[in-house]
Design a protein around this ligand. Structure first.
Ligand SMILES: *[C@@H]1O[C@H](CO)[C@@H](O)[C@H](O)[C@H]1NC(C)=O
Ligand SMILES: *[C@@H]1O[C@H](CO)[C@@H](O)[C@H](O)[C@H]1NC(C)=O
Length: 293
């Protein structure tokens, strides 16, 4: 069954499953920074990666947090997103600005976007609420971050699972660190697009260095990435910028792809700096539990 058929079948249940749930508010001084005991996040299924010979293609389900945002009406992918808990994903605000939560779904566990349910773990989740950062500016894309809440709990497995949020690294600026970006590249570039999920290694720049490439002000709550002479790295807005703590082999969501990805263009990519929004994420997702990993 293809993606369009799945969406077609699913559309009949959407009216019922969409509740008008709002995300509970919790003030910052009430934040339980780590309601975490036995909790795991941010692993990578490396064995799946080894099957890929060359190229930038990821392994099937190599990155268990990856999600695609898909229009219900057309079945087309329009942005990336990333799983942070069993009810929440992060994406870029501009991806969903002016859209209704019932316009789109999150597709998790997938690899080849042309066929929809192509892995045993592909699943579609409806979105019953989202929240865009209050001072998101659609004219400049400042504070380009949004939280999506799924209608039902995301079923976790080895292959569909949350990435770690960088609570332990809230003071790191990650400059000069290698990071990985992911995407199907369906939207951002006019060149060939990919049906399979692609990855690229890029490097974090200091904001000062990044600023020298742009007339527009690079904000402290943004994080720039750059790839030296990389040929074809494609990604979609809303997708992840992931840093790995190599000694414990865990992935952290440190950026959300916002304007450009800094490959092939010669310009750095500007991403949302997730460490600037941790308190906001916690305060708006008080029913979630996160791993303090
Ligand atoms: C932590 O989360 C669990 C399960 O969601 C909940 O039962 C418990 O009350 C929470 N503990 C604290 C200290 O918030
Ligand atoms: C990676 O994680 C370990 C264990 O939490 C920590 O001791 C180490 O400092 C981390 N590495 C970096 C580069 O922060």
């Amino acid at each position: 069954m293809g993606l369009k058929e799945i969406l077609f079948l699913a559309i009949f249940t959407v009216a019922e499953s969409l509740e008008t749930t709002t995300i509970n508010y919790k003030t910052e001084n009430q934040i339980n920074f780590a309601n975490v005991t036995q909790c795991d996040c941010g692993w990578r299924n490396v064995q799946n990666s080894l099957q890929i010979v060359g190229g930038d293609e990821t392994g099937v389900n190599e990155y268990p947090g990856m999600a695609a945002l898909i229009y219900l009406s057309s079945g087309l992918l329009f942005c990336g997103a990333h799983i942070i808990s069993d009810r929440y994903l992060l994406t870029a605000a501009h991806c969903i600005y002016n859209k209704s939560p019932s316009d789109f779904v999150a597709l998790v566990g997938d690899h080849d976007i042309s066929t929809g349910g192509d892995t045993a773990y592909s699943a579609i989740y409806y979105i019953n609420a989202y929240e865009i950062y209050p001072t998101y500016d659609s004219s400049t894309d400042a504070n380009d971050i949004a939280i999506l809440r799924t209608s039902t709990q995301i079923t976790f497995s080895t292959y569909v699972a949350p990435i770690c949020l960088p609570f332990k690294y809230a003071t790191y600026d990650f400059s000069s660190q290698p990071v990985t970006i992911l995407g199907w590249g369906q939207i951002e570039f006019s060149g060939p697009t990919s049906n399979v999920l692609l990855k690229a290694e890029v490097q974090v720049l200091t904001n000062a260095n990044c600023q020298s490439s742009y007339a527009q002000v690079v904000l402290s709550q943004e994080i720039c990435t750059f790839a030296n002479g990389i040929d074809s790295c494609q990604a979609d807005s809303g997708g992840p910028v992931m840093w790995t703590n190599i000694s414990i082999a865990r992935l952290y969501l440190i950026g959300i792809i916002s304007h450009g990805v800094g490959c092939a263009t010669g310009y750095p990519g500007i991403n949302v700096r997730v460490t600037s929004f941790l308190n906001w994420i916690l305060s708006r997702t008080s029913d979630a539990s996160y791993c303090y990993m």
